[in-house]
Design a protein around this ligand. Sequence first.
Ligand SMILES: Cc1cc2nc3c(=O)[nH]c(=O)nc-3n(C[C@H](O)[C@H](O)[C@H](O)COP(=O)(O)O)c2cc1C
Length: 212
Amino acid sequence: MEFEEVLFSRRSVRRFQDRQVPEELLEKILTAGLYAPSACNFQAWKFIVLTDRAQMEKLRFDLVLRAPCGVLVTYRNDLYVTGRKHRDYVQSAAAAIENMLLEAKNLGLGGCWICNLPRQGALRRAFGIPRNFDVIAYVMLGYPQEEANTDKQMRYHYGSARDAELRTRRYGLAQAVSRERFTQVPGDCAQEKRPWAEKVRFFVKEHFYKGE
Ligand SMILES: Cc1cc2nc3c(=O)[nH]c(=O)nc-3n(C[C@H](O)[C@H](O)[C@H](O)COP(=O)(O)O)c2cc1C
């Protein structure tokens, strides 16, 4: 695929075919992760590939079981470099994650970035991760089902059809970009305040939702 086609057509995929990701494609995706920029070029990520359902269950989030495979992205949290106050280790891992998602798309696969995960301590115990590594996110990977991103999925994800509508749009340059200083314009992300009802709904979903 052309680079811009990959870039602008990538969407999160949350429904997958019952088909394993071939090892050579998985390796290409992981390699794309390795080519991401990282703070001070430390490349201090460690990717844990999960294909075993029993291991995926330890993530305690039913959604992840839909994908035949996934990558738990961890990064060292004890490298005290200048960017620490801006959490450079999270940023470095995030760059690797996005590279992997774009390469997945390029190869005809799909994926979803998952941050709804158990606490660090529980993850460390479950996967044998040392204390000086943090889990940054999990990346679901697989062959997409054709009907990815249905309305139903969007409503699950965003709480209501109205919210889904609001958040699935892409901001344009006029809303998302300002010059020299932070500015607000009508309709940008700084204008919307989450109403109380939505906050409560979000809390309930986060803590009590157990899959569709
Ligand atoms: C930091 C981060 C965390 C995310 N966590 C989740 C998650 O826990 N569950 C999920 O279904 N999607 C998750 N997503 C995917 C977003 O919902 C998705 O990227 C967003 O809705 C935009 O849709 P698109 O990826 O199809 O363009 C996450 C994305 C990011 C960047």
